[in-house]
Design a protein around this ligand. Sequence first.
Ligand SMILES: [Zn+2]
Length: 350
Amino acid sequence: MEHRREFLKKSLWSALALWAVPGSMLLGASDTHVVGRGDTLSVIAEKYGTSVRALKSVNSLKSDTIRIGQKLTVSGSAATAVHIVTRGESLSTIARQYGTSVRSIRDANSLKSDLIRIGQKLNIPSGSVPSSKGPIIHVVRRGENLSLIAQIYGSRVSTIKKTNLLRSDRITVGQKLTIPVSQPPSVVAGSSLLTPVIAATNRLRVDSSRWRYVVCHHSAIEAGNAEVYGRAHLRRGMENGLAYHFVIGNGRDSGDGEIEIGPRWRKQLRGGHVRSTKVNDSGIGICIVGNLMNHRPTTKQRQAMNELIGFLKDGYTRSNVDVTVHKRVDKNHTVCPGTYFPYSDLDRFA
Ligand SMILES: [Zn+2]
């Protein structure tokens, strides 16, 4: 929890501080995409640097279903932020903060390496800012005055003074100011596969000491998504439906590499994905759609899985969490997650 609060505070600080929307990065007003064979909303979102959610909202789509020949408006859905690097930041912390990837930031700034320097300006491709309700606490830094701080947060000097009962404009380094923020800048999610997970998880209270295991599965069939599996699990008598916490799509019934968040994660409920009661009670279940006895996961599924586990391990599980697979938990009972699961990927989380 502590970690998460700190993360949120820091995110908001830098995100709000350096907010800008350079016009050159925005798409033209008349961009239309005609849906072609193989297009899914997530493929299109990726292509235009926007999100499935943004596309759905701009085009008033009620579901993820699109048909060949359909015209979709792809403008007005992407925005870009500029981030100025501060002490202690790395490309990966910045990417995490905006819900995007190191690679996207490198591409957007034509960086040849991961090296960045303090004060450097980075274009952040259509990322998302973790949202927060309620006021923000700003700790005054050297060189700041009230009007600068007001500007940073899109507030007014008079409002900040009133909120903090200040009689003059004088503030001191280290002073804590409450900044009333009615609406943090909301930006459309980017191409990062993790974005929906970050957004959903930021709204939750996660007791990180509770989660001792992350268990990977495959679905053993090519079709399906979180909703389909959830219905099947309900029929099998699981009162909380979908037994896994997350389902990673293969591009068939959900996006390729799309991470669907199950109700058990949203409600922080135990899993139902293994035989062992202990592991169900304290294990986060991740299911990769597909039969990995026959083929490898897609590149995006693998990327999504690794990003997801990294994200969970970094603040939402015990630090010594056991990142494992189904067949290692239920020995001699299952081949899940199959021969072609990238087992060696899990070594980095050991
Ligand atoms: Zn399994």
